[in-house]
Design a protein. Structure first.
Length: 130
């Protein structure tokens, strides 16, 4: 799996959350729709930080201890503190935040399934009957 998978997932999740915002705003109200967007953006920020950390660990020329430690020190306390504040201010329904955070996993699952189906369809059977 290449690193562009993470960035494409983040882009697609942002677009899907915008459409989900419009639908949720129409059916459940503005706060619910905004909660979906906030949950998705928090999850995208988390996924982006994980991608940076993994890329810094895997790519040999970028594997510098200081950068890796900085990413991990910023990721865990800062991003999870932001998540705590989002929950603490109690402005958005928790269900909408969870729905927004789940969007990322649904996008990753659909991209992985689509990729495996497409690569499986490209392979020709070895013992084809004529």
């Amino acid at each position: 799996m290449e690193t562009s998978f993470i960035y494409r997932t983040i882009r697609t999740s942002a677009v899907v959350s915008c459409f989900a915002f419009l639908a949720a705003w129409l059916y459940f109200g503005f706060k619910f729709g905004a909660g979906i967007v906030v949950g998705t953006m928090w999850g995208c920020l988390n996924l982006y930080a994980i991608g940076l950390a993994v890329k810094a660990l895997i790519v040999p020329e970028k594997a510098k201890k200081g950068i890796i430690i900085l990413i991990l020190v910023l990721k865990f306390p800062l991003i999870y503190f932001i998540g705590y504040l989002i929950l603490r201010i109690n402005c958005f329904p928790i269900l909408s935040l969870l729905a927004g955070f789940t969007v990322i996993f649904l996008i990753m699952l659909s991209k992985a399934l689509g990729n495996s189906l497409l690569t499986g369809a490209r392979k020709q059977p070895e013992n084809s009957v004529k």
